[in-house]
Design a protein around this ligand. Structure first.
Ligand code: ATP
Ligand code: MG
Ligand code: MG
Length: 557
């Protein structure tokens, strides 16, 4: 289904396949650094890189952990990243790969560059080196160590590897051109000294390769044909190619880098560094807090893999940077859950409704359709009895003609049940309504086919039977940030823009008993209220639901 969508990357690949480039084989990769959980921006890249291998023949996608910085990386992140990719519905070729698997080869190539006079050890610290970089319009200054002998660089580089020098005292640099118009070609770093145990290689290494040195070479080692990355790496492409020129064999596949625009979403932050800060400072309850833009947070919020893939497809692949409105993400999940989520009744802010003419102690189990959008979803039975709960704000003693809910003297239908008429209400000494009384029309039962059941009434209310209801807690969410671009102003701390009301936890909600038969992660539509998911910490004794999204876009102007 290549016709399904077209963008400049798919067009390019289609042409490559036609011209039999690389013998018609395609190999992509998704290269996360295991220094945090995946976010919705990564999901865009995953849907592209893994999606392509599903769309094209003779294509695959590698999962490669770009684990070149032991100070920030951890096995926990490796595990979480794998789980998220599989949950999104994608598979990688063979076992996951790790850049750290290539440390020996990368080291050998670095030694080769030194021997060819194309790399040297610089004894200056990073600040000094930065001060010699020049500007985009003025050339940089050569390091005083640039012309040191090959032998000396080889010996020092080995010393760096052996751990003989302190962090920050030396780096290995490529000898390219300190006056090049592209700043990335001004003798970039290949290695720096880091004396920290790596989550896979332990203390074997005291030096770690820089992204630019590791990335293209890892692509080359794996035989990647198309290395797709975001547009901020466009200026790195000449360096990516310079390194390949030094090491690549003419007979082997030469990877080609192509850039596409990153996903930006409003009302959130997406840098892993900032997300980590929110987790570490306890602003949110972990990486999978349902307010987080992480894949695990979206999952816990009730997003489905389909909704995230559809969102990525809607956003599309372009070269142009733009900010996507978060309501597009909400639209995607609402659209998917509308088709798939069973309808149930839950009352979040309950008040008692007593049916005066219904027999005390009697009960009946009424037929309720599970999902009108899905003809295979069947129906279930919901219990009905004399005392029910309805939402407090579904009743007003008196109301104007636009209030289509329950008032005294007027009729409404109870969903899947009967037509009732408001009769009276009981108040406490402060005047708050504590109980509503009504009468029902026994001939008006939904689906009974009687004339009474077909009577048109203005409103339909959801309800649960008090004697059968199950208690539940419900988490309601609002945006985590109240500002559209919380990290736009570099002078300010993005946390200044946190929304203090992003989480509202409500207890004492009443849900229909069929919900006890479900498992964590199941999605529902609470009728008239929105979409909800059974939280992973929910138990039958302590049910917890998270609100995914409302039935309508509450942000639409
Ligand atoms: P962050 O800045 O959040 O730490 P990163 O790019 O450093 O992100 P990586 O783990 O290196 O994180 O990213 C893995 C892949 O995901 C890269 O190929 C990167 O281009 C892609 N990616 C990351 N963020 C986005 C985004 N917002 N939109 C599209 N692709 C993204
Ligand atoms: Mg990165
Ligand atoms: Mg990063």
């Amino acid at each position: 289904n290549i016709e399904k969508r077209m963008d400049f990357i798919r067009e390019k690949i289609t042409e490559e396949v036609k011209s039999d480039k690389n013998g018609g084989k395609l190999l992509f990769r998704f290269p996360p650094e295991p220094n945090g959980y995946l976010h919705i921006g990564h999901a865009k890249s995953i849907c592209l890189n893994f999606g392509l291998s599903q769309e094209f023949e003779n294509a695959g996608t590698n999962l490669r952990f770009d684990d070149t910085n032991p100070t920030k990386e951890d096995q926990e992140y490796v595990d979480a990243i794998k789980e998220d990719i599989e949950w999104l519905g994608f598979n990688w070729v063979g076992e996951p790969k790790f850049t750290s698997d290539y440390f020996d080869q990368l080291y050998a190539w670095a030694v080769q560059l030194i021997k060819e006079g194309k790399a040297y050890v610089d004894d200056q610290d990073a600040n000094t080196i930065a001060s010699q970089k020049g500007t985009p319009t003025t050339p940089g200054t050569n390091s005083p160590f640039r012309e040191r002998s090959i032998e000396e660089s080889l010996e020092l580089f080995e010393g760096m590897k052996e751990g003989k020098f302190d962090e920050g005292t030396r780096v290995l640099r490529a000898k390219i051109d300190m006056a090049n118009a592209n700043m990335h070609l001004r003798d970039p770093f290949l290695y720096r000294i880091i004396k920290k145990a790596h989550h896979r290689t332990g203390t074997t290494w005291s030096i770690y390769p820089m992204y630019d040195w590791a990335h293209g070479q890892s692509d080359y080692i794996e035989g990647i044909t198309n290395s797709l990355c975001t547009t901020e790496f466009e200026v790195h492409r000449p360096l990516y190619n310079w390194f390949l020129d030094q090491v690549a064999d003419k007979d082997k596949v030469r990877p080609e880098q192509t850039e596409f625009s990153r996903l930006n979403l409003n009302y959130t932050v997406m840098s892993k560094r900032k997300l980590l800060q929110l987790v570490e400072e306890g602003v949110v309850n972990g990486w999978d807090d349902p307010r987080m833009p992480t894949v695990s947070g979206l999952r816990r919020r009730g997003y489905t893999p389909t909704s995230i893939r559809n969102f990525a497809e809607t956003v599309g692949i372009t070269k142009r940077d733009n900010v996507i409105d978060v309501s597009l993400l909400e639209f995607a999940v609402r659209q998917d859950l509308n088709k798939t989520a069973p309808r149930v009744m839950a009352v979040l802010d309950p008040i008692k409704l007593v049916i005066d003419n219904y027999e005390e102690g009697a009960e009946e189990w009424l037929e309720a359709e599970n999902n009108p959008e899905d003809e295979n979803s069947g129906s279930r039975k919901v219990p009905f009895s004399k005392v029910l709960y309805i939402e407090k704000d579904d009743f007003k003693e008196e109301a104007n003609r636009k209030f289509f809910r329950l008032t005294l003297g007027k009729e409404v239908r109870l969903k899947n049940a009967y037509i009732i008429k408001g009769e009276s209400c009981v108040k406490d000494e402060d005047g708050n309504i504590t109980e509503i009384h009504c009468t029902y029309d026994p001939l008006s039962r939904s689906g009974s086919g009687t004339e009474e059941s077909k009577r048109k009434v203005k409103g339909t209310l959801h309800w649960v039977s008090a004697a059968h209801a199950v208690d539940a807690k419900v988490n309601l969410y609002d945006r985590l940030f109240s500002d559209e671009a919380p990290d736009a102003d570099k002078e300010k701390d993005f946390k200044e823009f946190l929304n203090p009301n992003s989480l509202e936890m409500i207890e004492g909600c009443k849900v229909e008993p069929s919900l006890l038969d479900n498992t964590a992660g199941d999605n529902f539509q609470f009728q008239r209220l929105g979409y909800f998911i059974l939280d992973k910490e929910s138990t039958p004794e302590n049910m917890i639901f998270n609100k995914t999204v409302g039935l309508k876009d509450s942000w639409a102007k």
